[in-house]
Structures are given as C-alpha cells and as structure tokens.
Ligand binder design. Sequence first.
Ligand code: PLP
Length: 438
Amino acid sequence: MILPNPTEALTLNPLLNAITEDVMGFLNEIQLNYPQAISLASGRPDENYFNIEEFPEYFGIYVDWLATSSGQEPEKIRKSLGQYNRAKGIINDLVVRYLAKDEQIEVAPEDTLITVGTQEAMVITITTLCNRENDVILIEDPAYVGITHLSIIAGYQVEPVPVDGNGISLLKLEEKILACQARGKNVKLVYVIPDYQNPTGNAMPLENRHRLLELADTYGFLILEDNAYGEFAYQADTPLTLKALDNNKRVIYLRSLSKTLYPSLRLGVLVANQQVEHGGQLVALSDLLAKTKGYITVNTPSITQAVFGGILVKNNFSLKKINEPKIAAIKAKRDQLLASFNEYLTGENNAWAKGISWNIPQGGFFITIFVPFAVTKEEVIICAEQHGLIFTPMSFFYLHEGGKQQIRLAFSNVSEEEINTAVYRLAEYFKTKLHLTQ
Ligand SMILES: Cc1ncc(COP(=O)(O)O)c(C=O)c1O
C-alpha cells in the first residue's frame, strides 16, 4: 500500500489519543534502555520453570491420546493439526476435565472456547456482548490495562469502580450501577480479577464473592472474571473462583495459561455457559462467541493446543503437581521481599521511612507500596538511571486519575538475591525523594 504523502495527516482512530499512557511500550523501552537495572516492572512468569524442549514430547502424547481415544490414524491426526480448525478449539474436552479437577468448575466442552490468550477472550466477549450506545463496562480501578485500553480503543463505554484491600468496592459498584441506570445506561459487564489482582496483589474474600454474585442477579449484569494468578496462592484453603460459585450463570470466566504455563503458548480458556436471546431465539452464548472469534483469529493455533493437550494428558488433567515448585518459589520471593522491606524500610535505623507502607499479598506476582510523594513516569527513569531499579507507578493502571503515591512491584521473574538488592536500591531512591520533598 502506498501511504499518502507523510506530511499529510492520516486519519487514524481518534480514540488512540484517549489512552493516556502506553504502559507496556514505556516499560519495554525503559528495560531496553537500562539493561543493567533490576526490573520489578513486569509480571512475567519465572523462566527458570520453562522447558520448551519438552514441547515435541507433549505434542506426541496428544497425538497418541487422540489416536487411541478416537481410533483415527496418527498420520491423519498430524495432518489435521496442520490445518485450519474449529473456532471453539480442539482440546475443549480435555480442558473441561482440568477445570473440574483443579478449579471445581463443571461445564460442558461446548461451553468453552480455547482462545489466543485471555486478551483475545476479552476482545471476543466485549465485541459479542456490548453495544457502544447504551452498554457500560464497569472495571476495577486500578485494573489490568489490557481490558481498559482495549475497551477505549474499540469505542466501548468503560467506567471505573474503586478497589480496596478486598478487591472491587461493592458499595461503590452498587452506587455506580444506580448512577448509570439514572443516565439511561445499561451495565452489561463488570470486570474483576478476584485472585491476587493485577496490579494491587489483593484478593476478594469469599463473602464478597457471594455478594457480587447476588448483585449480578439483582441488577442483571454479567461478571467477567479474569483469573491469571489464582493458583499462585501462598497458603492452602483459598476461596473458590466466582465461576465455581456461580449457580445462576452470571459469570463469564477467563482462565489465562500464560502465568500457569507459558505466555508463548498464547492460550486462554473462555467459559460461557449462558443462553442468550438472539434473533428471536435462545442460543448458546458460546456459539455466538465462536462466531465472533472466527472473524478475529479464525481459530487458535492447533499446534499450541496440542502441546497443552499433551501436558494435560501427561499430568492426568491437573496442573497442580507441575505448579507446586513454581508456587513454592513465588512464595519464597514474597517472603524475601517482606524480609528485605523489614531490613531496609522499618526499625529504628530506618525511622526516615515511617511514611512508607505496603500490603501483604497472599498470592500472585504483585505488591503495592504506599509512599508520601508523587511517583511519575519521570521518576521511573530517574530511579532506573541513578539507582538501577525499574518499578511501575500505580497511576498507570487507573482509568482516569489515581494511585499517584503508590508503586507496583512485580517480583515473579527475579531471584531472591535480586529482590534483596532491588529493595536496597529502592530504599536508597526513597531516601533521595524524602530528602528532596522535605
Ligand atoms: C489480570 C491479567 N489478565 C490477563 C493477562 C493477559 O493474559 P494472556 O497472556 O492470557 O493474554 C494478564 C497479563 O499480565 C493479566 O495480568
């Protein structure tokens, strides 16, 4: 395509300008610009647990399993894995066994879609369910920017609901729904990350989960539950997901496999067991979602689905065992982080730090630090340059404004030793800031 004269302005999607900060772009760039700095900025899974050389073995296990269970020739199966495939996915029967076993979510294979990560699942869900004129998507604020920025660029109405230490504020949610209704708007979706939220690290207690489901019944909205970190709980006995508690089919469930297995597989599971009225008929929502997906990515790569299928078959449809060491490792990192905070930020020698505090996450990859000064994008650069540490300002995750005096640290893809050094450097940076702001 020949572009018009570059001096002529191209007419682009004006909504691109509504995204205040290209968070991912900025963080990638700063990591490239300061390669020596320790990065506690991105929630990447720990690469020490990657074994991609095992992929061919898993692929073979899947082919053998399908050959045995379906009676087809392995050669024919291999050929079909090189072809276009079903929009809903090809390993749905295996995935529902995993959901039942590990997460107590009981659904039929036809109620699921295997998607290109949960990011695609969000695109499919929003574009299938929402109309731009009347529907409002309520999101936790702060939230994972994948949902926020997608909704904005695609022109959907998205509004924030504050989160507190227990996840989305149910009081504010109800107020917001009533306010939307008073303006003639329809709250269609409420997006939440109940387990070890990105970015705060907080989790939603069981009673709040029940109450949120009740509110969905009362006000007739659907909950979009995003679970990317649920199994990374530091102790046993954690609440079930909203989907597992969902007796009235109010929840659309997004299960990312990026943190659990590999982001490079680009696999997510979308669970939608609702029936909806469409064209005067009741139809399965999952069928409509599959129709939409057909026009987005056609189908999720069969090759990566086969690898995941092989992982499930080999592990008897449960990822618990293979994730045990990863969970132990992330808990040890959280413990190291808290120990380093205690060493460098509390106690008599560190009286200067008394205005600094943090939450204590019970799972996941993130922690929030509260500081008595504003943390801007420029501060990230200063800290990287002068102290060799990269963090993320919490304000990046707010829809409009907020979190100006908060920092998100992601501690998943660094060693315990690096964490200790990072907290030491953070304390050095804080000292300069407190001195400057006194
Ligand atoms: C809460 C949350 N949801 C979804 C994603 C993206 O998941 P996926 O790689 O499955 O698209 C992330 C990635 O960081 C996340 O933190």
